[in-house]
Design a protein. Structure first.
Length: 297
């Protein structure tokens, strides 16, 4: 019996030493890399997931050529997002322009182990009725029609992300940061390809309930702020959301604990990739409900 416990102790000691020295080796490897090498490697690792890193900030963002573009958008994605540990506020803005119904949707909240936000620009190939919106598949806008999008994401009035780009789906995700959707606000400006399109979007904002005084239209640009809570869960679902958010909080803490040798997102994600590859893949399932949602239908 004593021999058995001694063997167990020796095995645990061996595993601990292997993990300790492996960890030291990985830390040394990452520290020896320059910023350009880290950025290039991280972008190579993120590309299959549809993301890239922002060199000047600790933010992960979506690529213009991301695979998610092929899946378009339907409201079903949002309805089942919580089952994939995505808890957010969403604001869909519908409007008609040039024989098509457009949809520009805004999201802010917790994406598993990432806090973040998104702006997606979509349209249909015809004008649809209001009662068709929840059942319609929208497609990402073509490259010539992509607007210039910029936003500042704030948590309790403190800016945590600042993004700008001509895009169909501009995003900002902060790994390891936990938040509640109602604590976030998005100050967004969208510059369209022409003034008529900008005015149509501004009308869509007004139709959704925004006061005209809260919408700023300047030639082809429209600015407004999305803040507060837009879709508070009720009943049993409220308890489910609380449980999911507790799990998300624990995941964030675990991520920060495992990657504790580093403080920057670049280094943390690379460390996770080398030390726990499976956790690295799990961490980057930020916005994959477009594939995962099919199993719930």
């Amino acid at each position: 019996m004593y021999l058995f416990f001694i063997l167990i102790f020796l095995l645990l000691l061996i595993f601990f030493l292997i993990g300790f020295f492996r960890r030291k080796k990985i830390i040394k490897k990452i520290c020896s890399m320059c910023a350009n090498e880290k950025c290039a490697l991280l972008n190579e690792l993120l590309e299959p997931f549809g993301y890239s890193c922002c060199r000047n900030s600790d933010v992960i963002t979506s690529r213009v050529d991301a695979w998610q573009k092929d899946y378009g958008y339907t409201s079903v994605y949002d309805k089942f997002a919580y089952r994939l540990h995505i808890i957010f506020d969403c604001l869909p803005i519908y409007f008609d322009y040039n024989g098509r119904t457009w949809l520009i949707e805004f999201w802010k909240g917790q994406y598993g182990m990432c806090a973040g936000c998104e702006v997606g620009v979509y349209y249909t190939n015809r004008i649809i009725e209001e009662n068709e919106r929840d059942k319609t598949m929208f497609f990402a806008v073509s490259e010539p029609e992509m607007p210039l999008i910029s936003f500042q994401l704030c948590e309790d009035d403190v800016q945590i992300a600042d993004m700008e780009g001509r895009h169909w789906w501009l995003t900002a995700f902060l790994p390891g940061r936990f938040t509640n959707p109602h604590s976030l606000s998005m100050h967004t400006t969208i510059t369209f390809v022409n003034k008529c399109l900008a005015e149509s979007f501004a009308k869509g904002l007004a139709d959704s309930g925004y006061c005209c005084h809260d919408i700023c239209v300047c030639h082809t640009s429209v600015s407004f702020c999305m803040s507060g809570a837009f879709c508070e869960p009720a009943g049993f679902k409220k308890n489910i959301v609380r449980l999911i958010q507790w799990m998300n909080r624990m995941t964030c803490r675990l991520y920060l604990a495992v990657t504790k040798p580093f403080t920057h997102t670049y280094d943390r994600i690379l460390y996770l990739y080398y030390f726990v590859p499976r956790a690295f893949r799990k961490a980057l399932n930020i916005r994959k409900q477009k594939k995962g949602v099919n199993k719930f239908l």
